[in-house]
Design a protein around this ligand. Sequence first.
Ligand SMILES: [Zn+2]
Length: 206
Amino acid sequence: MKPNIETQLKVLFEGYSKFVDGKYLANCSCVLIKSTPNIVIDTLTSWDDEKLLSALKEENISCDDIDYVVCTHGHSDHVGCNHLFKKAVHIVGFSISHKDCYFTEPDFHSGEEFVINRKVKVIPTPGHTLQDVSVVVDTDNGVVAVTGDLFEKFEDLEDAGIWKSAGSDSEELQEINRRKILKLADFIVPGHGPMFKVPQHFKEAD
Ligand SMILES: [Zn+2]
């Protein structure tokens, strides 16, 4: 029998997007999965090194303890501190690499998944960009999907204008993948808002 994999998911930073004094401010949700292996999902902007380092320190974890960095897509507010994680495999959208070595499998383009362990997998969920991925985590409290900007924030469930105006390279694909995630996840960590529980009626919708 395989030992049980302890999986702890912690939102280190809640993402946001808002207008303040006529300026548009945004940063991503950043998530730590303490597991075997350890994973960081979305690494803020390039100006956030100190912020991320001190959050990891509070979790008693160092950059070199991180085995995988997953960026849900390649936008600047989701990949900024990747360089801190020198020992990790980096998954940025559909691109998977370690140093200058690029993985040819899995093929996210054809819908394949990257299985990190029995409780954590990376799945292709294009729409916001054509190479978006989401991380699906089986926790003791239910299935959590860390989706990046597939979901901008909770409010976009009722107001599609929110995710559409945040930019969508394919609204059609994004609709399909949003529905898929709503069915499989109990909780969603969206790209730019707090984690939320998926309302039951979305799970039952066609
Ligand atoms: Zn974003």
